[in-house]
Design a binder for this molecule. Structure first.
Ligand SMILES: Cc1cc2nc3c(=O)[nH]c(=O)nc-3n(C[C@H](O)[C@H](O)[C@H](O)COP(=O)(O)O)c2cc1C
Length: 424
C-alpha cells in the first residue's frame, strides 16, 4: 500500500514528493485589475512552505470578461509570445516563483465560468449575457422569488456560436502557454462544479444538436479539443489535468461520465481530479459525517474514514475501469486516517485538500508527521453558520456561499499575516 509520504510521478514526468495536494480555492485577491497581487503571492509563499506534495492554484479565468467573482485572476487579451508580452509574463512568473520557490510543483487551475458568472463579475458589463453551450439559465430553486433572484444574480446565458467556442478554446490554449512560459509545472482544466467545461459535458446544460452535443462523446469534444491544442504548444514535461464531477452509480449519467473519463484517458491526460457539485447543488461544500458513538473502535474508524471523502466510491469505480489513470480525490479529507484509507483502498493516488489548508497552510506537514498520533493528525471543521438574516435569502446555495466566503476570508487573513479563525 502507498503511504502519504511516497512520491508519485505523473505521465509527463512531474514528480509530487508526497500525496497531499493543496486543492484549488478562489482567493479573491487579484484586485481590480485581475492580476496576481503581492497579497496573492504571500499566501502562496505560505502554502509553498507547508510541505505539500503539490499546489493547485485557485481558479484563473481565461477571459477577464467572464469571471466567477469580481476579483479572480484572469487573462485580458491574447498571449502571443514571451518577447511581445514581457510585462504580462513577468507578473505571472512572480506568481509561479512564489508557489514553487520552496519546492512543491504548482499547477494553475484554468477556468471559464460560462453561465455561472455573477452579473457584477467580469468586464462584459452587468447587462451582457454570459455564454454557455445552451441558453439554459441556472435554477437555484423553484419558487417565483428564487427564480427571480437567480435571474438577478446570474443573468441567463446565450448559446455559444462556433466562433465563441473557437475563441474560448484559444483563450484556454493561450493561458496554458503563458503558464508554461511563466514556469508553472502544469495546468488543470476546471471541468467540475458546473463551470463552462462541465456545462458542455453535462446533458442538463448542453442540449446542442451539433458536433458538441447529443452523446457523451460529443459533449466531451469541447474539453478534448482544448486538451489536444494545449498539448501541441506546451513542452511534453508540462502536466495537464482535469477536475471532473462524479456521478452516482444509479444515475442516468454514470455511464456517460465513465465514457468521458475514458476519452480523457485515451487523450493522454496526466491526472483527473474527482470532485462533485455545482452552484445549483453544491455537494463540494458538504461536511464529512460524524462517527456513530456506539460502534466498536476498529469498525468506527474505518466507517468514519469511508465517510470522510465525499466521492470515494466514484473514484474507486473510475480506478476499476481505468487502472492506469492518475487520480486525485478531493472533498472531505480532514484526518490522516481518512487520507490513508483512501490510498489503502486504491481509490486514488493523490489527496486533494481544500478548507483545512485555508485554516492551516501547514496542514500537510501535520498529516505527514509520523511523530504525531492519529488524534493529533487531523483538523475537524464545523459547518460555517449562516447568520439568521441571511436565512431569508431564498436561494438554495446560500449556505455554500457562506461556507466558501468564510474560507476565502481565512485565505485573505493568511495573506495579511494574521491568524486564521476556526468556524464555531
Ligand atoms: C474558499 C473556497 C474556494 C474554492 N475555489 C475553488 C476553485 O477556484 N476551483 C475549484 O476547483 N474548487 C474550488 N473550491 C472547492 C475546493 O477545491 C474543494 O473541491 C472543496 O472545498 C472540497 O474540499 P474540502 O472538503 O477539502 O474543502 C473552493 C473551496 C473553497 C472553500
Amino acid at each position: 500500500m502507498s503511504s502519504l509520504n511516497d512520491p508519485v510521478k505523473l505521465p509527463s514526468g512531474l514528480v509530487f514528493p508526497n500525496r497531499l495536494v493543496k486543492a484549488a480555492m478562489a482567493e479573491m485577491l487579484a484586485g481590480f485589475w485581475n492580476t496576481p497581487t503581492s497579497s496573492l503571492l504571500k499566501v502562496y509563499e505560505q502554502w509553498g512552505k507547508g510541505n505539500w506534495g503539490g499546489i493547485l492554484t485557485g481558479n484563473v479565468q481565461v477571459d477577464v470578461n467572464h469571471l466567477g467573482t469580481p476579483f479572480d485572476p484572469a487573462l485580458a487579451g491574447e498571449y502571443t509570445d514571451p518577447e511581445s508580452n514581457k510585462d504580462l509574463l513577468a507578473t505571472w512568473k512572480k506568481y509561479a516563483d512564489a508557489c514553487q520557490e520552496h519546492g512543491p510543483p504548482a499547477i494553475v487551475q484554468l477556468c471559464h465560468p460560462g453561465r455561472q458568472s455573477l452579473r457584477v463579475a467580469g468586464r462584459r458589463g452587468p447587462f451582457a449575457s454570459p455564454i454557455a453551450p445552451s441558453p439554459i439559465p441556472l435554477e437555484m430553486g423553484d419558487s417565483f422569488v428564487q427564480r427571480w433572484m437567480s435571474w438577478f444574480v446570474f443573468p441567463p446565458p446565450r448559446e455559444m456560436t462556433q466562433a465563441d467556442i473557437d475563441l474560448v478554446t484559444r483563450q484556454f490554449v493561450d493561458a496554458a502557454r503563458l503558464m508554461a512560459d511563466a514556469g508553472f509545472s502544469g495546468v488543470e482544466l476546471h471541468g467540475a462544479h458546473g463551470y463552462l467545461i462541465d456545462q458542455f459535458l453535462n446533458p442538463k446544460s448542453n442540449i446542442r444538436t451539433d458536433v458538441y452535443g447529443g452523446s457523451a462523446a460529443k459533449r466531451a469534444k469541447f474539453v478534448l479539443d482544448i486538451l489536444r491544442e494545449i498539448r501541441a504548444v506546451v513542452p511534453p514535461t508540462f502536466s495537464i489535468g482535469v477536475k471532473f464531477n462524479s456521478a452516482d452509480h444509479n444515475s442516468a449519467s454514470f455511464e456517460d461520465t465513465m465514457t468521458q473519463i475514458g476519452l480523457l484517458d485515451d487523450a493522454g491526460i496526466d491526472f483527473v481530479e474527482i470532485s462533485g457539485g455545482t452552484y445549483e447543488d453544491p455537494k463540494m461544500f458538504d461536511h464529512p459525517g460524524q462517527p456513530a458513538q456506539s460502534q466498536p473502535q476498529e469498525q468506527k474508524s474505518a466507517r468514519t474514514a469511508v465517510r470522510e471523502a465525499f466521492f470515494l466510491e466514484f473514484a474507486s469505480a473510475v480506478r476499476t475501469r481505468y487502472p492506469s489513470l492518475m487520480l486525485m480525490l478531493t472533498g472531505g479529507f480532514r484526518t490522516r486516517a481518512g487520507a490513508e484509507y483512501a490510498l489503502s483502498q486504491n481509490a486514488c493516488d493523490l489527496i486533494g485538500i481544500g478548507r483545512p489548508a485555508a485554516i492551516d497552510p501547514n496542514f500537510a506537514k501535520l498529516l505527514l508527521d509520523e511523530n504525531l498520533s492519529e488524534s493529533e493528525a487531523q483538523l475537524v471543521l464545523k459547518r460555517v453558520a449562516v447568520p439568521f438574516w441571511a436565512k431569508w435569502i431564498p436561494l438554495s446555495a446560500v449556505g455554500a456561499g457562506w461556507e466558501s466566503s468564510y474560507y476565502t476570508k481565512q485565505i485573505q487573513r493568511i495573506a495579511r499575516g494574521l491568524r486564521t479563525i476556526l468556524p464555531v
